[in-house]
Design a protein around this ligand. Structure first.
Ligand SMILES: [Zn+2]
Length: 260
């Protein structure tokens, strides 16, 4: 679509009043909303309205898509890009939602011939940035900060979407600072994390972060937003690198002691 036409359409959407019922959903399911200042809250509301107008939502496995589902997902996704201008995950077309964690059939060849088949449990994934798949209870737990403290499936998958913007899924998002310096420093943090996991040290991130640079970036981003003080205490350098990447400082707004 021509960008001037798109921008005009987005402006018109932002001028519509934000439904009171959507505010209710945000208050109930997106705990971060209470920590934003008035300007940021307004910015997030505008973002949600555009996002919901542009993306299609699809229920899978009997899931019913309601405004609560749409607004809860959009509220968490929009939080991530508060530091960006006009970032609406343009490549993303649809959001697929399951009523719970879902099973994906997997198969792998066996050494002696034949195949091993199994069902893998998933709570979310993204398909080349065009669709995102989410487990609804995990979405709610993340929004209410109840998914193991620092996890959020929406933030995780949206971190991958931002990572993909420059065409590669390599844990390096589009940056305003020097890309080479940033990724070298990020790699050091990852190596420190992997060493700590191998030596059974207490770490702020879920072990899944050790899967690769892309997962390290996505899991660290979850903790950056969901439990910023814990991340900063555990690895201040990593916190600073993510602050540069996301162009915001959640530590300044999220209370240091959270009831979960
Ligand atoms: Zn991932």
């Amino acid at each position: 679509m021509l960008s001037w036409l798109r921008n005009r359409r987005r402006r018109a959407i932002r001028e519509q009043p934000f439904p009171g019922a959507w505010d209710e959903v945000l208050r109930r399911n997106v705990r971060h909303i209470g920590w934003l200042d008035e300007h940021e809250r307004e910015q997030l509301r505008d973002w949600i309205a555009v996002f919901l107008a542009e993306k299609s939502f699809e229920g899978c496995g009997g899931m019913e898509i309601t405004d609560e589902v749409r607004v809860t997902i959009a509220g968490q996704a929009g939080l991530l890009v508060l530091g960006f201008t006009e970032e609406y995950f343009d490549r993303l077309r649809s959001v697929l939602v399951y009523p719970g964690d879902y099973l994906v059939p997997r198969r792998a060849p066996l050494d002696g011939g034949g195949e091993l088949e199994w069902q893998e449990v998933r709570l979310g994934e993204t398909w080349s940035g065009g669709s995102v798949v989410l487990s609804w209870p995990r979405v709610v737990d993340g929004g209410r900060l109840r998914d193991g403290g620092s996890r959020s499936v929406v933030i995780h998958e949206c971190a991958h979407l931002i990572d993909m913007l420059d065409g590669e899924v390599d844990g390096v998002p589009p940056l305003e600072c020097d890309r080479r310096e940033w990724s070298a420093a990020m790699q050091e943090c990852r190596e420190r994390f992997e060493w700590a996991v191998e030596h059974d040290r207490v770490v702020a991130l879920d072990d899944y972060a050790a899967e690769g640079p892309d997962e390290f970036f996505a899991v660290a981003t979850e903790c950056f937003f969901q439990d910023p003080h814990r991340l900063a205490r555990s690895d201040g350098r990593l916190y600073d690198l993510l602050r540069m990447a996301w162009r915001q400082d959640p530590k300044a707004r999220v209370p240091s002691r959270l009831s979960r």
